[in-house]
Structure formats: C-alpha cells, structure tokens
Design a protein around this ligand. Sequence first.
Ligand SMILES: Cc1cc2nc3c(=O)[nH]c(=O)nc-3n(C[C@H](O)[C@H](O)[C@H](O)COP(=O)(O)O)c2cc1C
Length: 181
Amino acid sequence: MKVVGICGSPRKGNTEWMLSKLLEQVAEKGVETQLILLREKRIKGCDGCLSCEAGGPKRQGTCHIQDDMQQIYPALMAADGFALGTPVYFDMLSGLLKNFMDRTCPIWPHLESKPVVGLAVAEAGIGQAVANLKAYAGICSMRWSGQVTALAKLPREAAKDPELEPTLERLAGRLVRALRA
Ligand SMILES: Cc1cc2nc3c(=O)[nH]c(=O)nc-3n(C[C@H](O)[C@H](O)[C@H](O)COP(=O)(O)O)c2cc1C
C-alpha cells in the first residue's frame, strides 16, 4: 500500500509541514509514503491538445509534453491513496496544484475509487479551496476521506497550533482505514 502526497505550495511552508506530519502518521501505520513537492518540479501548463484522450476511456498516461509529469504519471497510477495539500490563494486552491491537476488529464481514470484526503491552509479564510479539492476528487471518482484546514500566514506558523498534529493523526487514521476498506 502506498500513499502519495502532493504539495501545492511554492514555498517550504505550512502546507508542506502539514503534509509531512500526515504522511509520517500514515507511515507509522505501515503504509509506504511519497511526498511530491510541486515547487521542485518542472511542470508546464496543459496545452489543451486532448491527444491524451486517444487511448479511449482507460487512458494510458501519455502526454506529449516532456517534463517532470512523465515521472509522476507512473507514481500516480501505482498509488493506492492520495493527500492533496494547498495554500489558499484568493479563496481557491493554488495555481501550482491546479496546473498539476490539469496535467493529470492523461491518467485520471486510473485514480478511480482511490481514497483521497485534502489539506488547506489560509491566513484568514479557507474559501472554496476544500471545495476545489473535492471537485477534482469527485470528477476522478476518488473516495473523499476527509480534510484538515488550518489558519496560518508565515511558514511554520501552523506548527505552533497544538491541536493540529493530533487532528492530522486522526485524518491519517481515516485515510489508512479507507485504504484497507
Ligand atoms: C497570492 C496569495 C494569495 C493569498 N490569498 C489568500 C486568501 O484568499 N485568503 C487567505 O486567508 N489567505 C490568503 N493567502 C495567505 C496564504 O494562504 C497563507 O500565507 C498560507 O499560510 C500559505 O501556505 P504555505 O505556507 O503552505 O505556502 C494568500 C497568499 C498568497 C501568496
């Protein structure tokens, strides 16, 4: 069993800390984990060519854009569950994470039935960010297994909330139970 976390923050900040803590707890429960930091990846925008649809309903993970998504596609298809993390930007998910989601067009049918949890962090209000993550999960027919949100502005500010780590541990438990269900 393997859970892949996707971090949609362009900095080493609160989202990354929350995802790391969540994945630590997932690993404690005997599940392999991988954290993909989109800020370290070279991922171009989807150009809308739709050639990825050529394989029919079970797309084979082919995108003509040669960048870091080519290594990420097999990891996504092989994963059993996911954790999506985003900072809130203008009440929505970050552009970095949305760009990644758009580029999953060649493989999204392979995500069907896989459990997914969401993390979102904002300075003042989560806005539509969790709804954005749920919308993606819904379109991919993934199993939404819960979310944790936090309020923080500066990097590592979320780590000062003593309630957050236990809350992330509970979400990790839900995700692992969903994996095994
Ligand atoms: C471009 C930009 C837009 C933002 N928009 C919002 C917002 O709409 N609402 C909010 O509460 N915080 C907003 N913030 C604050 C971030 O959500 C906050 O700093 C968060 O901790 C960032 O997460 P990170 O540390 O993982 O990068 C914005 C920050 C940036 C850089």
